[in-house]
Design a protein around this ligand. Structure first.
Ligand SMILES: Cc1cc2nc3c(=O)[nH]c(=O)nc-3n(C[C@H](O)[C@H](O)[C@H](O)COP(=O)(O)OP(=O)(O)OC[C@H]3O[C@@H](n4cnc5c(N)ncnc54)[C@H](O)[C@@H]3O)c2cc1C
Length: 435
C-alpha cells in the first residue's frame, strides 16, 4: 500500500466490493489480471448486509433478502458456494381501514391493469398513466394498489417510474416466487470475496475513493486516507446514489476530467429509498389475528410486513419504501421504531403496551441516508433504458462501469442485476483490453 506516499500500481482497480465488484474481481483475477478492490466500508457486501444485532437469535438482513423471480446467476453461484435456498411459506394478507382480507394474489385487478398497459402506445410515468386510464372514484382502489405496489416493491416514485417497465415486470410475475438463501445473502458475498482473493485479487477495506483521474490507458485513484493507486483500467461499481450526488456533497466521487454524459444519464435514472425495521419478539403473538402470516400489505404508516416463515423465528420485518421512505431519510431510528410499533398496534389490534412488552430486539436501517449508497436500489424511469446504456458505456477502454444501477433486464434492482452487470463488465474489459 501507500502509507509513505508511494503509489501502488496494478492492472485493474475495482471501486466497490458489493456483488458487482466482487464477482468482477473473481473473473478478472482468474483471467490472470492483477486486481485491487477498493471498498469504502470496513466490510464487503455493500447493499447485502447480513448481521446479528443484540437481542436477535438469528442473523437478519439489513439489505437484500429475497431471490426475486428468475435469477440464474445467483442460483449458480449459491450452488457453487454450497449455499441452499428456501421458499417462503404462509399466507398473504391485505389490511385496509382495519379490515383483514386474506388474498393470495394480493392484486386482484392486475389483469385489468395489464390489459391497459399492453395497449399503451407511448411510455409515460405510472401516475400519468393511472390518471389517464383509470380516473374517477370507480378506480380508486386500483390506483391505490398500483401506486402502493410501485412504491413498496420497486421503491419508485409513481410520478417518475416507467409504466412500460412496470408492465414488463408485473407481466413476468417477479414478486410471486421469492425464496431466501439459507443464512442470508452475506455468506455468498463473503465466499465471493474469498474466491477473488484466492485468485490473487487484493482487497482494501475502509478506503473511500474521492477522485479518479484518468487518461486513455492510465488511471490514478485517490482515496480519502491520502493513498494513491495507479492502474491501466478502473471498474467503478458505486451505487446510483453516489453518481447522483452533487459536487461538494459528502461522498461525491470526482472524475478528472469529468464524465458529463454519465452524470446526465445518472440524473435521469430513479434510485429509491427504503427503511427496513426488523423486530424480534418473545412469541409469534400475531398468529391470533393473522394465522401463518407470511406477507402483509396495508394502509398503516409502515405498510408492508413479513415474517420469516417457514423459519419459526418470532420476527417481523417492516418495510417502508419510495417517497415515504425518502421523506423520513433523516428521521432518527427511535422515531421510525415508534411508527413501526404504532403500525403494528393498528394492524394487530393490540395496544402499544402489549406490542412493546413482547419486543426483545429491534434494528432500523434507513438506506436513504446511508453513506456510500444514499438509497436502496434503482427503478426504471421513462427513457431510463437509454440512460442506463449511457451510464454503462465504457470510456476510452479505460473506465468501465457496473452495479445494479447500470443493469438492463427484468431483474432490475436486485443482487442478480448486480452480479450480471459485474460479470458483463469484467468480460467486456477482458475482450477490449488484451494484455
Ligand atoms: C433494503 C434493501 C433491500 C433489498 N432487497 C433485495 C432483495 O430482497 N433481493 C434482491 O435481489 N436485491 C435486493 N436489494 C438490492 C440489492 O441489495 C442490490 O441491488 C445489490 O446488492 C447491489 O450490488 P452492487 O454491487 O451493484 O452495489 P453495492 O452493493 O452498493 O456495492 C457498491 C460498493 O461500492 C462501495 N462504495 C461506494 N462509494 C465508494 C467510494 N467512494 N469508494 C469506495 N467504495 C465505494 C460501497 O460501500 C459498496 O460496498 C435490496 C437492497 C436494499 C438496500
Amino acid at each position: 500500500m501507500v502509507a509513505d506516499g508511494t503509489p501502488s500500481t496494478t492492472d485493474i482497480l475495482i471501486i466497490g466490493a458489493g456483488a458487482a465488484g466482487l464477482l468482477a474481481a473473481r473473473e478478472l483475477a482468474a483471467a490472470g489480471r492483477r486486481v485491487c478492490l477498493l471498498e469504502a466500508r470496513d466490510r464487503v457486501g455493500g447493499r447485502v448486509h447480513t448481521l446479528k444485532p443484540a437481542g436477535f437469535t438469528q442473523p437478519i438482513e439489513a439489505g437484500a433478502e429475497f431471490m426475486h423471480g428468475d435469477v440464474p446467476l445467483t442460483k449458480a453461484l449459491l450452488q457453487e458456494a454450497g449455499i441452499a435456498w428456501v421458499a417462503t411459506a404462509g399466507r398473504t394478507y391485505q389490511l385496509q381501514a382495519g379490515e383483514v382480507a386474506s388474498d393470495t394474489s394480493y392484486f386482484a385487478q392486475l389483469p385489468q391493469l395489464l390489459e391497459k398497459l399492453e395497449e399503451l402506445p407511448q411510455d409515460m410515468p405510472l401516475a400519468a398513466f393511472l390518471a389517464q386510464e383509470f380516473a374517477g372514484e370507480a378506480h380508486a382502489t386500483l390506483r391505490t394498489f398500483a401506486t402502493q405496489f410501485a412504491e413498496g416493491y420497486d421503491a419508485a416514485d409513481a410520478q417518475r417510474v416507467s409504466a412500460w417497465a412496470l408492465r414488463d415486470e408485473w407481466a413476468a410475475g417477479g414478486a410471486d416466487d421469492s425464496p431466501r438463501p439459507v443464512g442470508g445473502y452475506g455468506p455468498l458475498l463473503h465466499w465471493l470475496a474469498g474466491e477473488a482473493q484466492a485468485a490473487g485479487a487484493a482487497l482494501h477495506l475502509a478506503t473511500p475513493v474521492e477522485a479518479i483521474a484518468w487518461q486513455p490507458g492510465a488511471v490514478e485513484v485517490r482515496a480519502a486516507n491520502g493513498a494513491i493507486y495507479r492502474a491501466r483500467q478502473v471498474l467503478c461499481t458505486v451505487p446510483l446514489g453516489v453518481w447522483q450526488l452533487a459536487a461538494g456533497q459528502p461522498g461525491y466521487l470526482r472524475f478528472e476530467p469529468e464524465l458529463a454524459m454519465h452524470r446526465a444519464a445518472a440524473a435521469q435514472l430513479g434510485f429509491g429509498a427504503v427503511i427496513k425495521v426488523v423486530l424480534e419478539f418473545q412469541t409469534p403473538f400475531w398468529h391470533g389475528r393473522l394465522p401463518e402470516l407470511e406477507f402483509l400489505l396495508s394502509d398503516a404508516p409502515v405498510p408492508t410486513w413479513w415474517s420469516q416463515l417457514p423459519a419459526a423465528t418470532p420476527q417481523l420485518t417492516g418495510w417502508l419504501a419510495g417517497p415515504a421512505a425518502h421523506h423520513l431519510r433523516h428521521a432518527p431510528a427511535e422515531a421510525v421504531l415508534q411508527q413501526a410499533l404504532e403500525s403494528l398496534s393498528y394492524l394487530l389490534d393490540k395496544s402499544l403496551h402489549e406490542i412493546e412488552a413482547q419486543l426483545v430486539g429491534y434494528y432500523v436501517h434507513n438506506w436513504g441516508n446511508e453513506p456510500y449508497a444514499y438509497g436502496a436500489y434503482s427503478y426504471p424511469t421513462v427513457g431510463g433504458a437509454t440512460a442506463r446504456a449511457a451510464l454503462a458505456a465504457p470510456v476510452a477502454d479505460t473506465l468501465f462501469f457496473a452495479g445494479e444501477g447500470v443493469y438492463e433486464g427484468l431483474a432490475a434492482g436486485t443482487v442478480e442485476a448486480a452480479l450480471v452487470s459485474g460479470q458483463v463488465a469484467a468480460r467486456t474489459l477482458l475482450a477490449r483490453c488484451p494484455r
